[in-house]
Design a protein around this ligand. Sequence first.
Ligand SMILES: Nc1ncnc2c1ncn2[C@@H]1O[C@H](COP(=O)(O)OP(=O)(O)OP(=O)(O)O)[C@@H](O)[C@H]1O
Length: 276
Amino acid sequence: MSLSSTMREFQQRDRVFDFMVPKTSPMLDVGKGFLLYLEDISVSFDGFKAINGLNLYIKEGELRCIIGPNGAGKTTMMDIITGKTSPDHGSAWFGQRINLLEMSEPEIAQAGIGRKFQKPTVFEQQTVFSNLELAMAGDKSVLATLFAKLTPSQIDHIDHVLAQIGLSEQRWLAAGALSHGQKQWLEIGMLLMQSPKLLLVDEPVAGMTHQEMDRTGQLLTDLAGPHTVILVEHDMDFVRSLAQKVTVLHQGSVLAEGSMNDVQNDPKVVEVYLGE
Ligand SMILES: Nc1ncnc2c1ncn2[C@@H]1O[C@H](COP(=O)(O)OP(=O)(O)OP(=O)(O)O)[C@@H](O)[C@H]1O
């Protein structure tokens, strides 16, 4: 199939390819509409409570923005969701049946939770296409992956992700030649190759141009729905432009929740954060 006919097929919105459906663990039960439940979570480092009685509920398909001052516990919260940090207290469930606190980091990733850190970590010497190919391979060796023949469905998957992240034209460029913003999109694409149900994205627009920020906003908005997205972000203009539900963290717990308008007019939020 030629590239142009492949792209035409992707534009047929009524057609759903297998790889467009996020990976769902057979255990995942979102019958109540919620994908993530964090309840009464606390964690201390050397006696200092980084997370303190945190409750957070994320609906399936939601794009939730998490904001808060430095040290509010945003990164620690992501570390708990992905199994990097174990809380001292509380519960963390993925759907109603998957207990994240009983799982290792690789098991959590396997269950459908992907994380993008702030700094892009792409393979600079490899092409954009190969980066996506390698990301699809998961833990297979780099050489084995690069010399293995891709199936038509795997090529379709890569083409689809290239179109999603807006890098179809750059597919044969070395990733090192991309702009900072394009590298961030490529890394989001690398996450998408694993078809995660939940994406955790840490400050993707830091260092981006305004145009790149707009495109990133569109990408994250498009991903919500089929995927669920939790975005940690310091850039208030960007968060406002997304017009999604916002959670304000402060001293390890939720200070306020609602629209950007609601939270920015909340006197508690103004005092500890936005008024700074
Ligand atoms: N491994 C650790 N050991 C000791 N203290 C830690 C550790 N990890 C985090 N902390 C402390 O816990 C608090 C919360 O940190 P965290 O990085 O989660 O905040 P944050 O909201 O992500 O901040 P920022 O916006 O600056 O990234 C901070 O005071 C931090 O110094």
